[in-house]
Write a protein that binds this ligand. Structure first.
Ligand SMILES: Cc1cc2nc3c(=O)[nH]c(=O)nc-3n(C[C@H](O)[C@H](O)[C@H](O)COP(=O)(O)O)c2cc1C
Length: 233
């Protein structure tokens, strides 16, 4: 298997890919055991095959290993000074079906971890888990090139997804975290990220804690009838 080889390779069984898609779900409770570096390398090499416009490959990724991940986690618990948040504007509003899906996702998570509707304190505690990296032993911070704009970010999104699928194929659980991009100023200082990079999101990764209630929850998807318009003539 070589990325530069022009020889077509046999197409895998589509069911293999669908099983992989089904096997991936966001993990919000990790075991502390680190992932061997060889496995991390394999995931990174697989994600590196992501296509991008003009093959510019705008993603750069900072991967933390223990004890660096623990130091980062501890620093994220410190009171944060008032400073710039997201560098990519977050959604200004969720309306209609998007609001419904967002709520369904939130309520599903709250139900699985036992947070009652309207318990703001408990939901804030659950939200704060983002900054504990859900206990993960590793965090991968994905940045794009600022000059490549929205399409660069789009390429990074494809990279994030391939990274998560590659991790799943290696038995490693993940969660993409836009929440971390909210701490852009802090992350920039912490990792010494240059101004020409744009902080896209983090991915916490490690082995899933099967006993963690947050991992019992699964999201659903709208049927394709809601998202596809066929044009036949
Ligand atoms: C780009 C991106 C950013 C996300 N950011 C967060 C986040 O900050 N915190 C969180 O708990 N989940 C986050 N998620 C996870 C989504 O909530 C999750 O993917 C979605 O609800 C579908 O569930 P699934 O991943 O289990 O299939 C993010 C997902 C993506 C793709």
């Amino acid at each position: 298997m070589h990325a530069d080889s022009a020889t077509p390779r046999p197409v895998p069984d589509p069911l293999d890919f669908e099983r992989l898609l089904d096997a991936r779900a966001s993990c919000r409770g990790f075991l502390p055991a680190p992932v061997p570096e060889a496995t991390l390398g394999r995931i990174l090499r697989a994600a590196q095959r992501t296509p991008s416009w003009n093959n510019v490959q705008p993603w750069q990724v900072i991967v933390t290993q223990p004890p660096a991940t623990g130091k980062l986690r501890a620093a994220l618990q410190e009171p944060q000074p008032e400073e710039a948040g997201f560098e990519i504007p977050p959604p200004s509003e969720y309306r209609g079906v998007y609001l419904e899906r967002r709520r369904a996702c939130g309520f599903g998570l709250y139900a699985s971890v036992g947070i009652a509707k309207g318990d703001r304190e408990a939901s804030a505690r659950q939200g704060a888990e983002n900054f504990r990296l859900f206990g993960a032993p590793h965090m991968a911070l994905v940045t794009s090139d600022r000059l490549l704009g929205t399409y660069g970010v789009l390429d990074c999104g494809a990279y994030v997804n391939n990274f998560m699928l590659a991790a799943t194929a290696n038995g490693v659980a993940t969660i993409a975290q836009a929440a971390l991009a909210q701490r852009s100023a802090f992350l920039r200082r912490w990792f010494g990220i240059a101004e020409d990079r744009l902080i896209v999101c983090g991915i916490s990764l490690g082995y899933a804690d099967p006993a963690h209630p947050a991992n019992r929850f699964r999201t659903s998807r709208a049927p394709i009838e809601d998202t596809v318009r066929w044009v036949r003539e």
